[in-house]
Design a protein around this ligand. Sequence first.
Ligand SMILES: Nc1ncnc2c1ncn2[C@@H]1O[C@H](COP(=O)(O)OP(=O)(O)OP(=O)(O)O)[C@@H](O)[C@H]1O
Length: 270
Amino acid sequence: MTVAATVKRPDPLPAGSPLAVSVANLDIRFGDKDNEITALSNVSVNIPEGAFVTMLGPSGCGKSTLLRCIADLVHINGGSVSVLGRSPREAREGRDFAFVFQDATLLPWRSVIDNVRLPIEVGKHAAGSFADPAELLAMVGLKGRENALPHELSGGMRQRVAIARALVTRPRILLMDEPFGALDEITRDKLNEELLRLWQETGTTILFVTHSIPEAAFLGQHVLMLQAHPGRVKEFMKVDLPYPRSLAMRDTMEFIQVTAHLRALLEECL
Ligand SMILES: Nc1ncnc2c1ncn2[C@@H]1O[C@H](COP(=O)(O)OP(=O)(O)OP(=O)(O)O)[C@@H](O)[C@H]1O
C-alpha cells in the first residue's frame, strides 16, 4: 500500500475535537425475560473525529455488539449512540460509516475492481466517492490486480480489497471487526502498518476490534478496554507512543511497557 502524502495529524487529538461517535449509558440486552443476556451495561465513551481507537476485551464482553450498535445493526435498550451528531440510522442512510468484517465477503463472480465499485453502484451518494476505484486499489497495494477474481487472491489481498471497498464512498468512519484476525502474522503486521498510513492519508476515524494486545497498542491512539458479564468499560487508555509508527517500534521499551500494562488490565477483566 503506497500513499503519496501523509496528513500530519495532531497527536494527541486536542480536547474538544468534534465527536465522531458519542455513546452514553448504553444498555444492550439479548434474549427474552427468562433467558436474558446483558451484552452491554451503562457503556459511555466519546470518540473524536479522526481518532484511531482499538477495542480489546475478553471474549463475549460486547466489542462486536458495540460496533454493531454504532452501525445501526442492533436495537438499543437504553442510553444513546450518536454518530457525527446523528442517530446511527441517519448515519447509515447518509453512508457516514463503512464496516469491515473478519471475512472479506467479496462477491466471487465480480472482479476486484467491480467489488470495490459495488457500494457506488448500489448507493445514492456517489458524488463524494472515488471517481476512479483503481486509484484506491493502488493505495491498498493492488495495482495490476484490478481484473482478478477473489479466488485468485490471498486472504491478505482479499482483505485489502474489502478495505478499498469500504473506503470507496469516502466514509468518515471505518468500523473494523477483527479484520486481520484470520491472517498469518507477517501479513497482519504488514496490513497494520499499511492501515496506519491509510488512516493518516484519509483522516478517517477508525474503530478497530482485535484480540491482539500488540495490534491494539500498535494501531490505536486510544485503547477501549471492555470487561464482561455484563459488558462494560474497564478503561479508555491513551497510548503514549508517537506517530508515524513502524513495526520496529514494537521492540522499544516504551511499546513493551504499553503492552504489559494492557496485558495486566486484560487479566483483571477475566
Ligand atoms: N444477536 C445476538 N443474540 C443473542 N445474544 C447475542 C447476540 N449478539 C451477541 N450476543 C451475546 O452478547 C454478548 C456479547 O457478544 P459480542 O459478540 O459482542 O462479544 P465480543 O466481545 O465481540 O466477543 P468475541 O471477542 O468472542 O468476538 C455475548 O454473550 C453474546 O453471546
